[in-house]
Write a protein that binds this ligand. Structure first.
Ligand code: GLU
Length: 297
């Protein structure tokens, strides 16, 4: 069997908060408890959403938490040639089409699934006269994707009904997350993706792209996503407080508790090295709650 290669892939939209710490701790312990590598990828492909200094702040916080990564960090901002090549391969298969729709037009005409807008296919058979291409979309056809998630169980998605033809290259010229994540997980040789279940609905689209591009599908493990009292995912927008890099053990112990690992009460007062000794010795993925989201402490 190949060596386990896990990864953590933060977006530098703000400092590390409890929700992103949970994904870091879960992916780190899964990798390290299996003698695997824990790779780091900075998902800085969306400058309008980024905060200056956030990438470095995230790295310093991971270091302060005692989570060292293996090898060099991959920066998505330096990967556009690889995304160009992947898009060209999909174009050569006749699977990509230009889309001229504005957000407004999509909102007005789209079908809805679980509150998400499904593109109605307006430009699928060519642009209407006088329209100019803004984005590039991939055709999903009548595709059913099914995979086994190590925590969430069997996941099935009918791409046409639940995702629709999705954007690979955005109207602002930036590559979409779905394409970049697939290209980069393959480039980093990732065997196992451990991340928050807020991304569970994206996984079938990623598996679809892996198949079209002839890339291996990794194993997936989606952790419950941390939500606030209003049920919103923790984020910069929902004002999640940053993890305290000067005193990270209490938050690390809370992350272990959140992940169902039943840490003893005194763990939050232990020195960092002892915290990790305990965490590595006791980590059990089978104890992770089988939930898509859970309230943050
Ligand atoms: N960059 C994404 C995020 O911070 C995670 C992507 C992934 O793990 O696939 O939400």
């Amino acid at each position: 069997m190949d060596q386990y290669r896990g990864r953590y892939a933060p977006s530098p939209t703000g400092p590390l908060h409890f929700g992103s710490l949970v994904a870091a701790v879960g992916s780190y312990l899964e990798a390290k408890s299996r003698g695997g590598l824990w790779l780091l990828r900075m998902e800085d492909l969306d400058p309008p959403r980024e905060q200056p200094g956030a990438a470095d702040a995230i790295l310093r916080t991971l270091e302060a938490c005692g989570m060292g990564w293996d090898g060099d960090i991959m920066y998505q901002s330096q990967r556009s040639a690889a995304y160009d090549a992947a898009l060209a391969r999909l174009e050569a298969q006749g699977l990509v089409y230009p889309c001229a729709c504005s957000r407004r037009e999509i909102a007005d005409s789209s079908l809805k699934h679980d509150g998400a807008l499904i593109y109605p296919g307006t430009c699928r058979n060519g642009l209407a006269p006088g329209k100019t291409a803004r984005a590039a979309r991939v055709r999903v056809g009548d595709t059913l994707i099914e995979f086994e998630d190590a925590v969430q169980g069997t996941v099935r998605q009918n791409l046409a009904a639940e995702a629709g033809d999705f954007v690979l290259l955005r109207a602002d010229g930036l590559y979409a997350y779905q394409l970049a994540v697939v290209v980069d997980d393959a480039e980093q040789g990732v065997t196992d993706v451990v991340r928050g279940a807020d991304l569970l609905d994206s996984t079938p689209r990623q598996i679809y792209l892996q198949r079209l591009l002839g890339l291996r599908t990794p194993r997936y493990l989606h952790l419950p996503a941390a939500v606030n009292a209003a049920g919103e995912k923790l984020s910069k927008q929902t004002l999640a407080p940053p993890v305290d890099a000067r005193d990270p053990v209490p938050a690390l112990a809370q992350a272990m508790d959140f992940l169902g690992q039943a840490p003893p009460a005194q763990l939050r007062r232990m020195p960092l090295a002892e915290f990790w000794r305990w965490a590595l010795a006791h980590w059990q993925a089978t104890h992770i709650p089988r939930r898509r989201s859970l309230p943050a402490p």
